[in-house]
Ligand binder design. Structure first.
Ligand code: ZN
Length: 278
């Protein structure tokens, strides 16, 4: 039975994007490891920075295309879910053919696309900033060491200094992002978390907007045997708008630490008459 809140699986789509980030981080790391830290010039630094900027620009372009395709797809899936649950189509395939975003969904999808783009852009901007600082620092350190070399006659920069420079550069690439809660994420882990969270959220919101547009004021939280705090909410009937009659909890009031948290896969099945719902 399709109506029982099918949890859409976007793993493969997410994996494509996560791999692009991993690959970019690896390429930047390789670029930095080719730098001759014992004899850096401003010209070397400039060339490396240009190469890093190119890798990040390509990555941004791929991200934008991914978000433009997949956020609207998740919204379409959410609307199709609502259409099937409310009996206007028998299957999701059939429903997808009649999906049309209502006004609120059009606005919502545009916002969700922009938000997701901004979240992903923050990742590349952060790598860009950190790598710039690290390369500048390495250049200055290398030039200083070579200046000292001329004075004390030693032939090479000490192993210690080189190791430290390498480490600083390596950390710069892998530094990732610090989120609003102060947690530090590796770039690819953050990208995976953000996209998974946004796709599920987009699906839920699109379902709710379509349901309300069709006069269904309630919804049921999907079940997939969750083992985290979400398990207490599986199958729960909720109000989709605070004004709906009855003693059901409003979905917007549920504690976000417990349900609809980052990476949460729970979706909503619209319900027209909760007294008839299972
Ligand atoms: Zn969940």
């Amino acid at each position: 039975m399709v109506a029982e809140g099918l949890v859409p699986v976007y793993d493969r789509d997410i994996d494509v994007l996560v791999r692009a980030y991993k690959e970019a981080v690896r390429s930047i790391g390789a670029e930095l490891s080719r730098l001759d830290l014992s004899d850096m010039s401003r010209a070397n630094a400039k060339a490396a920075l240009a190469e890093v900027a190119k890798i990040l620009a390509d990555l941004n372009e791929e991200s934008v295309a991914w978000v433009n395709a997949h956020i609207p797809k998740a919204a379409t899936d959410g609307v199709a879910q609502a259409i099937v649950s409310l009996g206007a189509a028998k299957t999701l395939d059939e429903a997808e053919k009649i999906v049309r975003f209502n006004r609120i969904n059009r606005e919502f999808v545009a916002t969700a696309v922009a938000d997701t783009q901004a979240d992903l852009l923050a990742v590349t901007q952060n790598i860009d900033r950190k790598v710039r600082v690290a390369i500048r620092q390495a250049t200055a350190e290398s030039m200083r060491a070579n200046l000292a070399k001329g004075v004390n006659g030693r032939r090479t920069i000490s192993r210690d200094i080189l190791d430290r420079m390498r480490q600083t550069l390596g950390n710069a690439v892998n530094t990732g992002v610090i989120d609003a809660a102060g947690r530090r994420w590796k770039p690819e882990t953050y990208v995976e978390m953000v996209t998974r969270t946004k796709l599920a959220q987009t699906h839920r919101e699109a379902t709710m907007n379509e349901a309300l547009g069709r006069g269904a004021l309630y919804g049921r939280i999907s079940r997939h045997g969750a083992t985290d705090a979400c398990k207490n909410y599986e199958g729960l009937i909720v109000k989709l708008t605070p004004d709906a009659p009855g003693s059901y909890r409003y979905i917007g009031d549920l504690p976000r630490r417990e349900i609809f948290h980052p990476r949460c896969r729970h979706v909503i099945t619209p319900v027209r008459d909760p007294s008839n719902a299972l």
